[in-house]
Design a protein around this ligand. Structure first.
Ligand SMILES: Cc1cc2nc3c(=O)[nH]c(=O)nc-3n(C[C@H](O)[C@H](O)[C@H](O)COP(=O)(O)O)c2cc1C
Length: 354
C-alpha cells in the first residue's frame, strides 16, 4: 500500500495516527513567570488531530530563557502548568512531545531574571536583536561557560526532560538549530573554545552528543527527537563547513535510539538536504520548512521523509489534517498575532465545520 501524509507511522516508540506533525512554534502566550496558560491548552488541543504535536520551545532552566512570555519547565510549578496542555492533546487521541530550547546567547535581561548571566560557548556577541516589553533590543555579549559548568547545563536539561515525562509527555524534542545553545556549540563562528568542547568538528559536536546521551538516559529508547538545520544561519550562527559537521554528527547519532531527526531543509548548504540526511542517518526522518500537501506527499513517496511538519499552516488551520484530506481551502495566517494578541489569532481560527 502506498504511503502518504494520512497513513500511520512509527517513529521510535511514538505511534502516530498520521504523518502530519505540528511544528514547534513560539507564540508568547505564557505568563511572565513561564507558566503554561489555559489558552495554550486550548490552542494545542484544537490541533491534536496532527499525528504529533511538538510544543513551542520551552526553556529547561531560567538561564535558558531568551524570549518574552515564553514558557519554561525549570521548576515544579512550571512543570505542573503543562499538565492541562498534554492532557488536552491526549484526550483527543493525539501525541505530544516537548521541545526543549535553551537560548544561550540569544537572550535579553529584560525578558528574564535580570541577575542571571547570559551564557554561550564563547563570549561573542551575536549580531542579532530580539523583542522585549521595551521593544526590539540588540543582544549583548554573553559569558563563556566554564568547562566545569557544562555538566550543570546538561543536568538541567535532564531534569526538565524528567519533569516533562513525569507529567505525561510522549517524548522530548531537542532544539539543536536556529542559533540556540546546542547550535552555538556546533557552529564555528559562535564556538571558539580551546577546551574539549571547541575547535575540531568532533569537539564542537561533543556538547550535543553528551546532551543526547543524557536525554536518552532520561526519556528512554525511541522517545527523543532532534531538530537540526544543516547550514541554518538564523540568529547569526555560521559554520565554516556544515557538510563536515553534520556528516560526523549524524553518524555519531546513529549510536543512540532516537525517535526521529527533524530537519529544516532550507539552509546555506550546497547539497540535497533530505538525501544527505537519508544517506547518513538510520533514524526516521521528519522534514520541515515550506511544505504543502503535494510537496510533503512527494517527499514521503520518494522515501526522503517518514513524516513532514507544518508550522504556519497549523497556526491558521487547527483542522489542517481534515482540510488536506478533503482538499478544503486554507485560512490565511494573521502575522500580526504571531507573538501577541492573547486569544486573538491563537484560539479563534475557524474550523471547516464552524
Ligand atoms: C511564529 C513562529 C514561531 C516559531 N518558533 C519556533 C520554536 O519555538 N522552535 C522551533 O524549532 N522552530 C520555531 N519556528 C519554526 C517553525 O517550527 C518552522 O520551522 C517554520 O515555520 C517553517 O515551517 P512552515 O513553512 O511549515 O511554516 C517558529 C516559526 C514561527 C512562524
Amino acid at each position: 500500500m502506498s504511503q502518504d501524509l494520512f497513513s500511520p507511522v512509527q517513529l521510535g516508540e511514538l505511534s502516530l495516527n498520521n504523518r502530519m506533525v505540528m511544528a514547534p512554534m513560539t507564540r508568547a502566550r505564557a505568563t511572565r513567570d513561564g507558566f503554561a496558560t489555559d489558552i495554550m491548552a486550548k490552542h494545542y488541543a484544537q490541533r491534536a488531530s496532527a499525528g504529533l504535536v511538538v510544543t513551542e520551545g520551552v526553556y529547561p532552566s531560567e538561564q535558558g530563557k531568551g524570549y518574552f512570555n515564553t514558557p519554561g519547565i525549570a521548576n515544579d510549578a512550571q512543570a505542573s502548568s503543562w499538565q492541562k496542555v498534554v492532557e488536552g492533546v491526549h484526550q483527543q487521541d493525539g501525541k505530544m512531545v516537548m521541545q526543549l530550547m535553551h537560548c544561550g546567547r540569544i537572550a535579553h535581561p529584560l525578558n528574564r531574571k535580570a541577575d542571571l548571566a547570559i551564557v554561550a560557548p564563547s563570549a561573542i556577541k551575536p549580531k542579532a536583536s530580539l523583542f522585549t516589553h521595551e521593544g526590539m533590543k540588540a543582544l549583548l555579549k554573553p559569558q563563556a561557560l566554564l568547562t566545569s559548568e557544562i555538566q550543570t547545563v546538561i543536568d538541567e536539561y535532564s531534569l526538565a526532560a524528567k519533569s516533562a515525562m513525569a507529567i505525561g509527555f510522549d517524548g522530548i524534542e531537542l532544539h539543536c538549530t536556529s542559533g540556540y545553545l546546542p547550535a552555538q556549540f556546533l557552529a564555528s563562528n559562535s564556538n571558539q573554545r580551546s577546551d574539549s568542547y571547541g575547535g575540531s568538528t568532533q569537539c564542537r559536536c561533543r556538547f550535543v552528543l553528551e546532551l543526547i546521551e543524557a536525554l536518552v538516559g532520561v526519556v528512554g529508547s525511541g522517545r527523543l527527537g532532534l531538530r537540526i538545520g544543516i547550514g541554518n544561519t538564523y540568529n547569526d550562527h555560521h559554520d565554516d563547513n556544515p557538510a563536515k559537521t553534520y556528516q560526523y554528527l549524524l553518524k555519531e547519532i546513529n549510536f543512540f535510539p532516537l525517535a526521529y531527526i527533524h530537519a529544516l531543509v532550507n539552509g546555506d548548504f550546497d547539497g540535497d538536504t533530505p538525501a544527505f540526511i537519508r544517506n547518513l542517518s538510520s533514524h526516521p526522518i521528519m522534514l520541515n520548512d515550506g511544505y504543502n500537501k503535494e510537496s510533503a506527499n512527494a517527499a514521503i513517496k520518494q522515501g526522503n521523509a517518514d513524516a513532514v511538519s507544518f508550522g504556519r499552516a497549523f497556526i491558521a488551520n487547527p483542522d489542517l489534517v481534515e482540510r488536506f484530506l478533503d482538499d478544503f481551502p486554507l485560512n490565511v495566517l494573521n502575522d500580526k498575532t504571531l507573538y501577541q494578541g492573547g486569544e486573538k489569532g491563537y484560539i479563534d481560527y475557524p474550523l471547516i465545520n464552524d
